[in-house]
Write a protein that binds this ligand. Structure first.
Ligand code: CP
Length: 329
């Protein structure tokens, strides 16, 4: 079964959240609008709403993370859910327990949702196919395949900065497109929102074959790729996923593709600079840009909480409703 069939129920509601592929534009917009309604929770004296009181959410991070894990945890807590953070290195998987046995045991503890990050593409999809019917799986990044909540928080940030009409925007994504689950999810989300032009900018060795089939224009020169862009998204070199020498050196990469104040002048004067993090300063961009007035990198992190609150509450809303409504056959 495809991710799209798995993640949407018969009423068109989120059941799991595995990838941007398979979402409809109205559903994506609904997530962004719902996130907007949660954005103010952080300003309240008590930063909580009672929507998921009594629910238990389990964070299963088999790969390193700072932003995604902590913002998922904060989002769950701000929805009043109980949160379990499994320390994978201290779990019985190191004694040989399989992923499926681990899931069965967590199911036996009456958990409601698994948030999973895994180095293998398809891991979240695999889990979604095997969990009990009442459990939702949220993909927090799987291999080089998909990082759908990152793409949503990026769309939320662009919408806040540039308005809802993506049709008039030129968005440039610069860096290691080949190994980036973030780029893949961003491209699908930008296409779904009918973005005017999407450019990808990278050395030839870091662009997937037939990238144009994703509906983007490919550039191998930074100035050409970001010229007149409204949004410049910089990506990290994913060394952990590279096999063999795809680049001469980080120094040389920075000379050709690193974003400096001087090179940012090729983009529109009001262009914003984004990065999903973690940043490697002096490799994909210098500190003047990362910390400069056009950077919205830390706003992206803040928006990640509201967007993850939206995704979790919508997946649970489906569950709460299905307790009273029959499924449409
Ligand atoms: N953007 C992102 O996924 O960051 P982390 O790896 O720190 O979660």
């Amino acid at each position: 079964m495809s991710a799209s069939n798995l993640q949407i129920d018969s009423r068109g509601r989120l059941r799991h959240f595995l990838s941007i592929e398979g979402l409809t534009r109205p559903l994506l917009t609904d997530v962004l609008d719902t996130a907007e309604s949660f954005a103010g929770v952080a300003e309240q004296s008590i930063k909580k709403v009672p929507l998921l009181r009594g629910r238990t959410i389990v964070n299963l991070f088999f790969e390193a993370s700072t932003r995604t894990r902590t913002t998922f945890e904060l989002a769950a807590k701000r929805l009043s859910a109980d949160v379990l953070n499994i320390n994978i290195n201290a779990s019985s998987t190191v004694k040989g327990e399989t992923l499926l046995d681990m899931l069965r045991n967590l199911e036996a503890m009456h958990c409601d949702m698994f948030v999973v990050r895994h180095a293998d593409s398809g891991a979240a999809h695999f889990m979604a196919r095997h969990v009990a019917p009442h459990i939702s799986v949220i993909n927090a990044g799987d291999g080089r395949h998909s990082h759908p909540t990152q793409a949503l928080l990026d769309m939320f940030t662009i919408r806040r900065e540039k308005g809802p009409d993506f049709g008039r925007l030129r968005v440039a994504i610069v860096g290691d497109i080949q190994h980036s689950r973030v780029a893949r999810s961003q491209i699908h989300a930008l296409n779904l929102l009918n973005t005017g032009q999407v450019h990808v900018v990278a050395p030839k060795t870091l662009v997937p074959a037939q990238a144009e089939q994703l509906g983007v224009k490919v550039y191998h020169n930074l100035a050409d790729g970001i010229r007149d862009a409204d949004v410049v998204i910089m990506l990290r070199l994913q060394r952990e996923r590279m096999q063999g020498a795809l680049l001469p050196s980080e120094h040389e990469y920075f000379q050709l593709f690193g974003l400096t104040e001087e090179r940012l002048a090729y983009a529109k004067p009001d262009a914003i600079v984004m990065h999903p993090g973690p940043i490697n300063r002096g490799v994909e961009m210098d500190s003047q840009v990362a910390d400069g007035p056009r950077s919205v990198i830390l706003q992206q992190v803040t928006h990640g909480i509201a967007v993850r609150m939206a995704v979790m509450s919508m997946a649970m809303r489906r569950k709460t409703a299905s307790e009273t409504e029959p499924e449409i056959p």
